[in-house]
Design a protein around this ligand. Structure first.
Ligand SMILES: Cc1ncc(COP(=O)(O)O)c(C=O)c1O
Length: 458
């Protein structure tokens, strides 16, 4: 009988040499980004003051199916990749399910998450262009840490605007970002015009990814030689993250497996977009039909309760307009512990795929998420990040459905990171003080009422 490994690692030779650009296989493309002043589609050149040139090019490239990963980036990847594909034998046993559960574990690097896959690419292209500094935002802190690591590798000064509630919940994130020479600011801050305006309106705000993005973009466009980089939402980030899905697919092929269900948590959509990329390709080209499920927090339900509309990517209304599922850029989610999922919008690529029926979405409450996280930790000996635990929750729920029907489905989910900086969250779950906050319809309607008005479109 064939012996099934617990963990499967590809060899260096088997690692992808190219990223996969999902847009090349989409029957209908996401709507173009619009300039908020003219409402005309944004050109690649218009993005140059914000993004470095290669990344602006990748952002607009809807036709090149495979894009070479520069050798320097491949070499960096080899320091912490391939990441393992793991069969959750113990979890399956604990659930008593006939389902086969696999997860792709992206938490085995210092940043503790998949974010390093795009951070190193973005720092590489910035250095190649001769830029002298970068700015970014971070929610939970994983992206800020990943980018600080990448910038320190290329000697690029970095300013990170970290969402205030995460900054306060996770003081050690600051220390680790500073270890890699990053400069970190709690957002909203009084260091930018947007930050000051937000604070004037609500001095006690806990911040949001949308606020932090506004501040980082402002800093980039007002500083010589500086550009802004983003850890999610953008097409270029999904492109870099396709390495997760490409590695997973090769590993599953080696096991003669193919997932019936692919599950990922969804903040801005980068890990999910990366994990599903080659499986969605099969779906778009009619080769296979896996179910694909996005999992989001009930406190910030952009896909399940949002509007498919043009909106700003930030709270300060300075970015181009993207057509996506959004809760409205003025929506400030409650201080949920999954900081990386507290974003009002969703990747335009995933939004379009969801809108066109290629994907499903579910929302889950954080207490249910932590029940799943603690069960998983005990069975699989990995302490998952709160964000990743949303995917665990949905994977467990699907496996329990299999238990009822007796179907031995194959489930693949993305375990995006570890939760060692989230012990306040674990403590509040364990001592029973964790609560669930779900926005009311009235709150959502208020934010939808502030969506930008675009002549002839919305
Ligand atoms: C561990 C982890 N998982 C998931 C996410 C969600 O981001 P995305 O939807 O871009 O994958 C984050 C964001 O910070 C994160 O830190």
């Amino acid at each position: 009988m064939k012996k099934i490994p617990h963990r499967l690692y590809l060899t260096e030779e088997q690692m992808p040499k190219q990223w996969y650009n999902l847009r090349a296989d989409m029957r209908e493309l996401p709507d173009p980004m619009l300039n908020p002043a003219t409402f005309q589609p944004v050109s690649e050149e218009e993005l140059y003051p914000i993004f470095c040139k290669q990344l602006a090019h990748q952002e607009m490239d809807c036709t090149t199916r495979y894009i070479d990963i520069p050798e320097e980036i491949q070499d960096f990847y080899k320091m912490y990749r391939p990441s393992p594909l793991i069969r959750a034998f113990n979890l399956e046993k604990a659930l008593g399910t006939p389902a086969k559960i696999y997860y792709k574990f992206e938490g085995n690097n210092t940043s503790g998450s998949h974010k390093l896959n795009s951070a190193i690419a973005q720092a590489y292209y910035a250095k190649e262009q001769g830029l002298t500094s970068l700015t970014t935002e971070t929610g939970a802190g994983q992206w800020g840490t990943a980018l600080a690591e990448a910038c320190s590798y290329y000697n690029l000064p970095l300013t990170v605007y970290m969402v205030k509630c995460s900054y306060e919940q996770k003081p050690f994130r600051k220390a680790i970002i500073e270890t890699f020479d990053g400069h970190i600011v709690a957002s909203p801050s009084n260091t930018t015009n947007t930050g000051r305006a937000i604070l004037e309106k609500d001095p006690n705000t806990t911040g949001s990814l949308g606020c932090a993005i506004s501040e980082a973009v402002e800093k980039a466009v007002t500083t010589e030689g500086c550009r802004y980089v983003l850890g999610s939402v953008l097409n270029q980030v999904l492109l870099h993250q396709s390495i997760i899905g490409l590695e997973s697919k090769t590993a599953m092929e080696m096991l003669d497996e193919y997932p019936d269900i692919v599950i990922g948590c969804a903040g801005g959509g980068s890990n999910l977009g990366g994990l599903i990329a080659p499986f969605m390709q099969d779906k778009l080209t009619g080769k296979a039909s896996p179910r694909i499920i996005a999992v989001e927090p009930a406190s910030c339900p952009s896909l399940t309760r949002g509007r498919y509309a043009y909106d700003f990517c930030d709270t300060g209304r300075v970015t181009p307009l993207a057509r996506m599922y959004t809760l409205g850029c003025g929506f400030i989610p409650s201080a949920n512990h999954a900081g990386g999922l507290r974003y009002h919008g969703m990747s335009p690529i995933l939004s379009k795929l969801y809108h066109d029926g290629y994907m499903e979405a579910v929302s889950v409450e954080q207490t249910k998420v932590f029940e799943a996280a603690t069960l998983f930790a005990k069975q699989e000996t990995i302490l998952p990040a709160p964000e990743s635990s949303h995917a665990i929750r949905a994977a467990i729920d699907e496996a329990l459905k299999c238990k009822e029907t007796g179907e031995a489905k194959t489930i693949l989910f993305g375990l995006t990171g570890t939760g060692y900086f989230d012990m306040n969250a674990y403590s509040s779950f364990l001592n029973g003080t964790m609560t669930d906050t779900i926005p009311t319809d009235e709150e959502l309607e208020k934010a939808f009422g502030e969506l930008p008005k675009i002549p002839g479109i919305q």
